[in-house]
Design a protein around this ligand. Sequence first.
Ligand code: SAH
Ligand code: SF4
Length: 390
Amino acid sequence: MTQAQQIQATPGPAEQATPQGDTARLSLIGLSREELGKALQAAGVPDKQVRMRVGQIWNAIYHRGLQSFDDVTTLSKDLRTDFEKHFDLTRPEIVTEQISTDGTRKWLIRLASTNPRAPSPEVEAVYIPEEDRGTLCISSQVGCTLNCTFCHTGTQKLVRNLTAGELVAQILIARDALGEWPTPQEGRKITNIVLMGMGEPLYNFDNVKQAMNIASDGEGLSISKRRITLSTSGVIPEIARVGDEMGVMLAISLHAVNDATRDELVPINKKYPLKDLLNACRNFPGVSNARRITFEYVMLKGVNDSLKDAKDLVRLLKGIPAKINLIPFNAWPGAPYECSDWTQIEKFAEIVNKAGYASPVRTPRGRDIMAACGQLKSASEKIRASQVAS
Ligand code: SAH
Ligand code: SF4
């Protein structure tokens, strides 16, 4: 078996200029078309040309993946020089790229610091290749405020929302690494995006919405909203907006079938209890058998994995067009839980299967590089994590 690889990224131009870190030049990554137009006007582009220039630059960034105006050959030489002076197309710095023995890749990405006295925040993005798809799992926050007891990210102190540019940059970085430019029509490596990395995406609604609009734009990255899934721990007031305003698929981190257990595992349940959460799912705009809600259920030994739990789970979801994902618990250093025994997971899955839910157990991927669900955690702990991996 080959060892998981850890690649130290070579410092590149991104070192001097990250999307939000370059004070001299404005990063165009993550701007809406309208914002991009305004930025061009401010740089002196005549009103009449703005629409055309926006189209050219959009194509350069999101269809061709260019990182410098020098390469934007659809523009005249003078304009290229001028835009390069004003605007920045580089990505945030990649601190490390790790490749698992199973092909899963994880990038640790350093973001611009918003507080000069604090260390630069870092987030992780993970690419999971499968036979019929390739899923990119991206982060929405540095850390998470919600402290789910089984989740590594929840133990991280430093928390801030990612900007739309930082959200989109994770996709650009993955496309760069996989050599997936210009955006292919067919045979893509990245076919799906899941907001299942670090953070609670519904606590960063506006930026996530803007970034997913950019990701799904047909003249750029072109990833259909049917192939983008947002996972939430259950921030009820924002759930309907996911369907109404974002139009992406919804996943709910359920993990328990009664309030007592869910209060312990997913503490936001105390504020937004199960009954209300399931009602929000029943009323989710656009939900149908063709657009099912995914319910994630982490298997924790002796906590939520009894056969009664399985039966209650099926009963609870009755009437909601649903998919169920059983996730074997991924341990992390100091975790207070164990993963359920495999035989127990199989018995649990059988009950769920019999109720009509197909192949529900999610195989852990990238465990050797701490890239599996709930193992993501950046900053100082990283060094320990990579030692565990090697
Ligand atoms: N904050 C959002 C999205 C990120 S977590 C949410 O909670 O839904 C993505 C998924 O990984 C969630 O279902 C989460 O509950 C699950 N998860 C977290 N820690 C895990 C762990 N250690 N093992 C397996 N799954 C985990
Ligand atoms: Fe935050 Fe999701 Fe982890 Fe809970 S499971 S701590 S909501 S990232």
